[in-house]
Design a protein around this ligand. Sequence first.
Ligand code: ATP
Ligand code: MG
Length: 443
Amino acid sequence: MFINGEVKSNTVAYADFEKYEDQVITITGTIHNIRMMSDFAFVIVRTARETIQCVYAESFSSYRMTDDVKEECAAKITGKIVAGETKDGSKRYELQIHNIELLSHPAEIPPVVITKKQVNCDLSTKLDFRPVTLRNPKERAIFKLQEGIQRGFREYLTQQNFTEIHSPKINFAGAEGGTNVFKLDYFGKQVYLAQSPQLYKQAMVAVYERVFEIAPVFRAEHHDTSRHLNEYISMDFEMGFIDSFEDIMNMETGVLKYIMNLLKTEYKNEVELLHVELPEITEIPVLKFMDAKEILMKTFKYKPSDMKDFDPEEEQLLGKYAKKQFNSDFIFITHYPSKKRPFYTMDDPEDPEYTLSFDLLFRGLEITSGGQRIHDYNQQVEKMQKLGMNPEEFATYLMLHKYGAPPHGGLGLGLERLTMHLLGAKNVREATMFPRDINRVAP
Ligand code: ATP
Ligand code: MG
């Protein structure tokens, strides 16, 4: 026997029904919903990305539906494609069933109703039964849309001469430091789960100049918030030979424009199903950190609890400000205080209290942190010492600087956070296929 790599397509897409008008074809899918009417029945078949309306009536064929035909049976359905009209008068095809061949039988009916427009239960139940609730067309559309975001990120950066890399997730040190690192016993030695690909993507800048990675990262968030996960997908890039950290913000703006356009054109069904309002991006306004603080205090009469960072309410207010002042869903905030940025961040030579760094807020939520990194060896060693770190422990990281690195910078963009605010969801878990949080590691 030989295998030749030929695989038939799994079903016929609705877009091709026109071609088959009045012809008998076979589609494969799952019986999503059966709606009995007085003398006929609608059988809605769920395929990978669509639901197809099929009609059963004794008048079409000699086939007789039995009680075996149930929701969630996998099936091959043969029938004639006929054109009908929708309420608004446009053409709509359906399949008149001539035969149903059942390929599998569920042992039980789903524990949650998935045939309605949306899954109507609380978030926790929805997550408990994720393998089932994701079968709901609206629910699964979220992660198809999310695929589009990742695809856009990958496609655009590949076009911009970036190389896709994968950095290790088990490491000798966490990248960002702080308390939210997961410790792991590694054959008797203590290691850490990667909080970001930071140290490795920087190393690769001296190899490929421009690199990106889309991969999970791990943060031991000890709190239960609507915007934090313990494992999330970070879309990272790092680019060398930059003139300034504005190059990074420009690259991100280009990525986002590309992503939104891709969603508009190739994820139209999902965008409509989810009522996503895609942001129009032409230019993104930029505000310095201290100027933003001043706006918060003067315009919004807000009393900041921390002058070195923003709390979620401040981010929301800045989102409102961006919308009102610049009609923008996005705003870059630059020059964060040095004290709150990681050890690899380049300080602003004009005012070393602040850094050449930025965050991007989308509809009032931080979705990105980025900035220029230190590329000079002595400068990096000095900064580490100033922060009480031992450069010797970072010897492999410092190979980058020691043996020469171009001026560079990059960013990390949280996939779930971007998806969440595209959806207008209140909780990041809505935009996470199988969320990991302080209370949940299953399913
Ligand atoms: P926050 O201040 O909101 O806790 P952070 O500043 O600690 O976030 P960064 O280290 O800057 O986060 O991470 C870069 C990006 O990764 C963030 O802008 C966000 O989009 C995403 N991100 C960070 N932590 C989480 C998390 N726990 N769950 C989901 N996404 C996250
Ligand atoms: Mg951040």
